[in-house]
Write a protein that binds this ligand. Structure first.
Ligand SMILES: Nc1ncnc2c1ncn2[C@@H]1O[C@H](COP(=O)(O)OP(=O)(O)OP(=O)(O)O)[C@@H](O)[C@H]1O
Ligand SMILES: [Mg+2]
Length: 247
C-alpha cells in the first residue's frame, strides 16, 4: 500500500494545552479512514497539523510521494462547521468556483469556461446544482456541507479531509452526505472525523480512536464496539489492538 501521509511522534501544543502527543499514524492511498474520540481529544488539531494550519511542537509529518516525485500534494479540507462564517455575501457557485483560483497572482484573472463547467459538474455531483445561485447565508446546514465538499473537490485533491461534515444536520441530509462520501471513497483517499461513525462502519477501511494520541486503530466495527458498546457486552470484544494509553 502506498503511503500518502505519515505522522511520526507528533505533538501539538496550544500555549499550556497539550492537544496531541506521541502521535503515530499513516494514511495510505485508497484509505477511507474514520477518526472518532471524545470532545477535545485532538481530532480537529490532527487535521490542522496535517494541513500545516497549526505548528507541530515535536515529531514530523511526511508526505513520501512529494519527496519521491516532487508532485504538488493537494488536500481538500472541509472544516468543522463552527469555524466558518456563513454570512459572507457570496453565491454557492462562486464559493465552489473560487476553489479553481490559482495561487499565482494574475492581473485581470478570469475563470475559464472549463472551470465553470467543472464547477457545475461538481455541484451536480454533490446534489446541489439547483442551488447554484443561492446566497450561502440562505442554505440549510446539509446544503452548506455539500457545497463545502464540492469546493474541497474542486482542487482535485489527493486526499479529502472532512471534520464532522454531518454535525448539526438532519438525518436525511446526514444519510445523503454519507452516501456521497461512500461514492467518493472509490475515487479519492478520505479522512473523516465523525461522531456518527456507526453509520459507515462497513465502508470505512480503518477506524482510529483518538484521545491526544492513537488509543486504538484497526477494523472499524471492532474499534467502534470496543469503545461504544454496553459495558456488559464490551468484555467479549477486547480484540482491538490497543496502541496507546488513554489519560
Ligand atoms: N486555538 C486554540 N487555542 C487553545 N486551545 C485550543 C485551540 N484549539 C483547540 N484547543 C484545545 O485543544 C484540545 C483539542 O481540541 P480539538 O479541537 O482538536 O479537539 P476535537 O477532538 O476536535 O474536539 P471536538 O470533538 O469537540 O471537535 C482541546 O482541549 C481544545 O480546547
Ligand atoms: Mg473538532
Amino acid at each position: 500500500m502506498k503511503e500518502l501521509i505519515r505522522l511520526n511522534d507528533v505533538a501539538v501544543e496550544y500555549s499550556t494545552i497539550l492537544a496531541l502527543r506521541n502521535l503515530n499514524l499513516t494514511i495510505y492511498e485508497g484509505d477511507f479512514l474514520g477518526i472518532i474520540g471524545p470532545n477535545g481529544g485532538g481530532k480537529s488539531t490532527l487535521m490542522k497539523a496535517i494541513l500545516g494550519l497549526v505548528p507541530i511542537a515535536q515529531g514530523e509529518i511526511l508526505f513520501p510521494d512529494v519527496k519521491r516525485k516532487k508532485v504538488n500534494f493537494k488536500m481538500g479540507y472541509v472544516p468543522q462547521m463552527s469555524e466558518l462564517n456563513r454570512q459572507f455575501p457570496i453565491s454557492v457557485f462562486e464559493v465552489v468556483l473560487t476553489g479553481k483560483l490559482t495561487s499565482k497572482i494574475v492581473p485581470f484573472f478570469q475563470y475559464s469556461s472549463q472551470n465553470e463547467t467543472e464547477t457545475l459538474d461538481l455541484l451536480d455531483k454533490v446534489g446541489i446544482l439547483h442551488l447554484k445561485d443561492r446566497l450561502i447565508s440562505d442554505l440549510s446546514g446539509g446544503e452548506f456541507q455539500k457545497m463545502l465538499i464540492a469546493r474541497a473537490l474542486s482542487i482535485r485533491p489527493e486526499v479529502l479531509l472532512l471534520d464532522e461534515p454531518t454535525a448539526m444536520i438532519d438525518n436525511i441530509a446526514q444519510k445523503q452526505i454519507f452516501n456521497l462520501l461512500k461514492k467518493l471513497s472509490k475515487e479519492v483517499t478520505i479522512v473523516l472525523i465523525t461522531h456518527q461513525g456507526q453509520m459507515l462502519l462497513r465502508q470505512l477501511t480503518r477506524l482510529v480512536y483518538l484521545n491526544k494520541n492513537v488509543i486504538a486503530e484497526g477494523d472499524p466495527t471492532e474499534v467502534y464496539q470496543y469503545f461504544y458498546q454496553q459495558p456488559t457486552r464490551r468484555k467479549r470484544t477486547v480484540t482491538v489492538e490497543e496502541v496507546g494509553d488513554e489519560s
